[in-house]
Design a protein around this ligand. Structure first.
Ligand SMILES: Nc1nc2c(c(=O)[nH]1)N[C@H]1C(S)=C(S)[C@@H](COP(=O)(O)O)O[C@H]1N2
Ligand SMILES: [Mo]
Length: 343
């Protein structure tokens, strides 16, 4: 199946028009008529390769000043015992580890602005309990970063056991670009809610609008079902009777139950095999072995369904205001289906 020229132009236009928070310039491989290299499909993203998104161009003068001995964390607002903690106070609290996929709300279908890491940190719930957060008055919990960024999550969400103030990332001290000394990790909510360089936590009696909400973006931030073909690459020349397709799928707050792949532009679907995810909040890796019926170009599409039975949204939507949707699709360019002759 060849993709019509009009479709290609439409998708290329979308790529150019999106990227509103500037974090996924080459998110969609569509609109490119040349081959794209395959992506490596991995369980954990090395810190050095983990995407970085900041609302300011260069907030790193701040993290230079975020000396761990001088840094303080204030817990205030509707709390009976406001807290003022230092780095050592945080390290002295009980910690736990969890694997969580972090994903920018600006990620286009097939995009790269997501990563998977094992985080270590302290429980936000326990901290809020220790501060005597007033459950009657509390509606939101606001997080403020040293760069002036702020966002909030509902108090109810903040009191779940999976919300973490993280200080280790893949076993290393949280890198400065990822929020050293302390960042929020809220599984299932887009990156915007995962505030970095936290210096202040405020239990708030109203519905707080953070930095991106004041610019018209969602306050909910629930991650939409996402899937991606990592290999082969778009327009990569394929030879031989068999080809392994591989990629990731991510369900945000819910684990992925099913990944399907189509080789005829979405007319028929076949189920891929899933590898067990590292945690309920982690992406899953899928595999599919394809035997091309003939030479030629095939439009390959992937889609996922989460454990709640929610199928990925097919309709192409821009990231603004509550996250992109649309299926990732590539062209499989089958040059020959003969078995390679040994030399
Ligand atoms: N303090 C602060 N926290 C922030 C941001 C920011 O600009 N400043 N950007 C947010 C956005 S939009 C995303 S996607 C994630 C990215 O986290 P990372 O850079 O560690 O991947 O951080 C979030 N937390
Ligand atoms: Mo983001």
């Amino acid at each position: 199946m060849n993709l019509g020229r009009r479709t290609i132009l439409k998708l290329a236009g979308l790529t150019a028009a999106a990227g509103l928070t500037g974090c996924d310039a080459v998110g969609s491989v569509f609109g490119r008529m040349f081959a794209m290299p395959p992506r490596e499909t991995i369980y954990l993203t090395p810190n050095s390769k983990f995407y970085v998104v900041n609302y300011m161009d260069s907030p790193f003068n701040i993290s230079r000043d975020l000396n761990q001995e001088q840094w303080r964390l204030h817990v205030k607002g509707e709390v009976k015992k406001p807290m003022n903690l230092g780095w050592r106070d945080v390290l002295n609290r009980d910690s736990f580890d969890q694997v969580v996929t972090l994903m920018c709300i600006d990620t286009l279908s097939g995009g790269d602005s997501l990563g998977n890491a094992v985080w270590r940190g302290v429980s936000l719930k326990q901290l809020l309990l220790d501060a005597g957060a007033d459950e009657e008055l509390a509606r939101d919990v606001v997080f403020r970063g040293a760069d002036g960024y702020d966002d909030s999550i509902p108090f109810e969400r903040a009191m779940r056991d999976d919300v973490m103030l993280a200080y280790l990332m893949n076993g290393e001290k949280l890198p400065k670009e990822h929020g050293f000394p302390l960042r929020l990790i809220v599984p299932g909510l887009y990156g915007i809610k995962n505030v970095k360089w936290i210096t202040e936590i405020e239990v708030y009696g109203g519905d707080y609008k953070g930095y991106w909400q004041r610019k018209g973006w969602t306050d909910d931030g629930t991650i939409k079902v996402f899937s991606r073909i990592d290999s082969p690459g778009h327009y990569q020349a394929l030879r031989g009777p068999e080809r392994q397709f591989r990629g990731i799928a991510f369900g945000g707050p819910n684990t992925i139950e099913k990944v399907e792949i189509s080789f005829d532009a979405g007319r028929s679907w076949d189920e891929a095999e899933l590898e067990p995810p590292l945690s309920p909040y982690s992406w899953v890796i899928w595999n599919y072995t394809w035997r091309p019926p003939k030479r030629g170009k095939f439009q390959v599409v992937v889609r996922a369904t989460d454990v709640k039975g929610r199928l990925q949204i097919a309709e192409i939507a821009r990231p603004m205001p509550d996250g992109a949707s649309g299926y990732h699709t590539i062209i499989a360019d089958v040059e020959s289906i003969e078995t390679a002759k040994s030399v």
